[in-house]
Design a binder for this molecule. Structure first.
Ligand code: NAD
Ligand code: DAU
Length: 379
């Protein structure tokens, strides 16, 4: 039986990680009542070194309700500003909080940045994952002769490890890896290392590969938040190449509920595909966003459409991603709750009503917010 009492969440100050922490503590950001309580009563230790993508402002409600600053000894949420490559600090954290579960989101996650500067991707995504796995194995005292079923290491990965599809076909859990960018190759490497720790040492691991997430708190360098804020600000809308690349979009809380179901119920050593079954060509999706956002803002959609600007394509731009998630649906009973129609509108409304959150990122003030509001806990 898994303990699920002291959960180390890495990268909890990023987009998916902060939504996951909200979900665990029953704080949905979907603006709907679709997402039931996770039924979690343990502690979350959020380990994040706060790269440009880490923003503690996204977790201020969690800190206020469950953190040390407000709850003292009864705190259930802890933040540790630590790099996952720092072995000594990771060892300290395992010991200090008696970690029994790792849910590993931390990564360098943006493909364009990986093309400009791949080194950080290799360090964090490959060496950082290795460091966490190795510390977990040692702290939990695991070997092939000493197996445990009360602890778990869950690794969050991406559909991009499978490569690029043509017009037809889907990625299955058994599809061979064929990553094509520095980002996806670093994630593929980390997936292989996770599996190696299962086969070689018997470390209880699970792994999930998900499609493009959308929802609140995403850094505005990614397609949807970038386009929504540019529409609001009347800026150009840069479309790479012909805009005919295809992505499969899933609402972030549906992804996170799938992760939690895996962590609770999956046998060790299993790999799961999670996806939206919701494919959109980039240009079609952008036109949909223009229609919805213009209506919300009282702008003329046809005028906004004139700001679409076709720019130089991303080198090695993967054509199409699409996931077959039959395994998770049939064997875990996982199902998505958010329709794309609902989710896209809710997301657009969230960004339009959180102008300050975006402005703080654009101006860099979110880093000041962190130093002003965050004091390191007991170290
Ligand atoms: P993100 O870039 O928004 O957040 C990453 C977080 O990790 C940030 O808070 C950052 O500060 C932290 N981090 C980076 N390097 C670190 C290090 N060395 N030590 C400690 N913390 C570090 O990323 P995201 O979009 O939330 O993605 C989370 C995970 O999900 C990643 O593993 C990514 O590969 C995977 N994923 C993302 C998507 C998507 O659509 N965004 C889809 C599938 C899988
Ligand atoms: O598929 C899962 C992956 O989805 C995750 O593993 C990555 O961490 C996440 O960043 C995302 O990768 P993408 O490259 O698909 O996401 P991005 O938002 O950068 O781009 C989505 C599509 O839109 C892609 O085809 C490139 C295109 N694009 C992107 C931007 C930022 C544009 O046309 N213009 C843009 O300005």
């Amino acid at each position: 039986m898994r303990k699920l009492k002291n959960i180390l969440v890495t990268g909890g100050a990023g987009f998916i990680g902060c939504n996951f922490i909200h979900y665990l503590f029953g704080l949905s950001n979907s603006g709907t009542d679709l997402f039931e309580d996770a039924g979690f009563d343990g502690r979350v230790i959020n380990v994040d070194c706060l790269t440009y993508a880490g923003n503690l402002e996204s977790l201020k409600d969690v800190e206020e309700k469950f953190g040390v600053s407000s709850c003292g000894e009864n705190a259930r949420y802890f933040f540790e500003k630590v790099d996952i490559c720092d072995r000594a600090q990771i060892e300290r954290i395992f010991k200090q909080y008696d970690i029994d579960t790792v849910i590993h989101f931390a990564a360098e996650s943006h493909v364009d940045r990986s093309i400009l500067g791949p080194e950080a991707f290799m360090k964090t995504n490959v060496m950082g994952t290795f460091t966490l796995l190795d510390v977990a194995r040692n702290y939990w005292g695991i070997s092939l002769d000493n197996q445990r079923d009360d602890v778990l290491f869950h690794h969050i990965s991406t559909d991009e490890v499978y490569g690029s599809l043509g017009e037809t076909g889907y990625f299955l859990e058994t599809t061979s890896y064929d990553p094509r960018s520095p980002y996806s190759s670093s994630k593929a490497s980390s997936d292989h290392i996770v599996m190696a720790y299962y086969h070689t040492y018997g470390l209880p691991i699970t792994l999930s590969n998900c499609t493009n997430n959308y929802g609140p708190f995403q850094f505005p360098e990614k397609l949807l938040p970038l386009m929504i804020s540019n529409i609001k600000d009347g800026k150009n809308l840069p479309v790479y190449g012909k805009g005919d690349n295809i992505r499969d979009w899933i609402y972030v809380e549906d992804h996170n509920r799938g992760v939690w179901q895996i962590v609770k119920n999956s046998p060790a050593g299993e790999k799961w595909n999670l996806g939206g079954e919701n494919e959109w060509q980039n240009i079609r999706l952008l036109n949909e966003v223009i229609d919805l956002a213009s209506k919300e803002l009282g702008k003329d959609a046809e005028e906004v459409r004139k700001t679409i600007t076709y720019v130089k394509d991303r080198p090695g731009h993967d054509k199409r991603y699409a996931i077959d998630c039959t395994k998770a649906k049939t064997r875990l009973g996982w199902e998505r709750k958010m329709t794309f129609e609902q989710g896209l509108l809710a997301t657009i409304r969230w960004y339009l009503s959180h102008g300050e959150w975006i402005a703080n990122i654009q101006s860099g003030a979110y880093k000041d917010w962190i130093s002003k509001n965050y004091t390191e806990q007991g170290r």
